[in-house]
Design a binder for this molecule. Sequence first.
Ligand code: TYD
Ligand code: MG
Length: 440
Amino acid sequence: MSCGAGAPKWAGRCMSCGDWNTLSEELDVAEPAPVPMVPPSAPTPITEVGAGSGQPIPTGLDEVDRVLGGGLVPGSVTLLGGEPGVGKSTLVLQLLAARARAGATVLYLTGEESAAQVRLRADRLGALDDRLLLAAETSVPNLLVHLEAVQPELCVIDSIQTMHDPQFSSAPGSVTQVRECAHRVVVAAKSMGIPVILIGHVTKEGQLAGPRVLEHVVDTVLSLEGDRHHDLRLLRASKHRFGATDELGLFSACDDGLDAVADPSAMFLADRRLDVAGSAVCPTMEGQRPLLVEVQALVDPSPLAQPRRSVQGLDPGRVALLLAVLQRRVGVELGRSDVYATTVGGVRVVEPAADLAACLAIASAHVGRALPPDVVVCGEVGLGGELRQVARMDRRLTEAARLGFAAAVVPASSPDLDPGLAVIRVATLAEAVAAICPLD
Ligand code: TYD
Ligand code: MG
């Protein structure tokens, strides 16, 4: 099963996690290899436990450090997942090169590409350095020998699905192999104090291939996302034992590798057309960083009995709720219209602070009139049509002012603000609509 559970005979559905069609046949090892006895370490008073070894070491790539909360902690194991071709190998090679340039010895173990292919790529990325050691390796015992011999300050294994442990008869990439290999790597990383990055593939459903237990044995799970038709790549943490998981790393893919996006708000707004109905700009927060995002809507008379609602980058359930509030509390009649709502640039905005932007984009599309081009809107919409304040309003509006916006529509209850632009306070969604998008 993809969740790691076992079954004595074939079954269509996993009894443990309920997923369909995830069973694959593997032999259970009858006798597990003997585990060497390790003398137990005596418990120590918590005040005497050293905290020094837990300090993160910067990787040299600021966007990665931002997501990791400072860098990689020695002995930690990080799983980097992503679809084939999204840029995982490129990113780790840049990361290794950055550490090598800073004087660290680093090790790249590749099971996917030959050493020559990696060298070619490194050439292209400007990542050649004598301290970057390379080995093509797929066997876990050999890999551990390399780790022991080199004692690198950072090790990357590309990818966990190509590694195998000869103790087990199943094929590389199978549940048993992935789980056991990852486990052995984790034990070695912890005992030697070496930070290790494991690369993992995701299935077409977007889940990490291999058993879900893989996510439990590692300390950090990162995912690199992006559309192969766009340059934008997003790095997120879905699990992080050493810090928060809400930071977002942004890269743009170029011929010479992944570049950090210096001014993401400006990039997201670069192609914005000012005179088109159905566009609203919202200052959102991604972790500690404000990000201005354009929300677009299109409202079209529907030929269908049940009109279409198509949503991208926003929560579809949330948008359905907002449509109901717009109809009942503001009187925007959408029952016979198809409604499309998206965020621009491939970002996903799930925080309620974008409610107001979605509502005003839809209202603007409905009346066919553009919103004032230099206004941002931000606030959570309640079922009663009231506007509720959101966190960090000051930080959001300062970013909007920096990018040249002249005014902001915010909930009336927001704290005192001095962001350098005009603040329009409104108590309800109806007031907001009346203020910048009158219906008649
Ligand atoms: P690669 O790093 O091999 O993806 P993954 O390891 O996730 O499968 O990248 C796929 C291809 O895209 C590779 O041929 C190099 C190219 N590429 C660039 O040219 N520039 C970039 O910034 C990135 C990310 C990839
Ligand atoms: Mg790769």
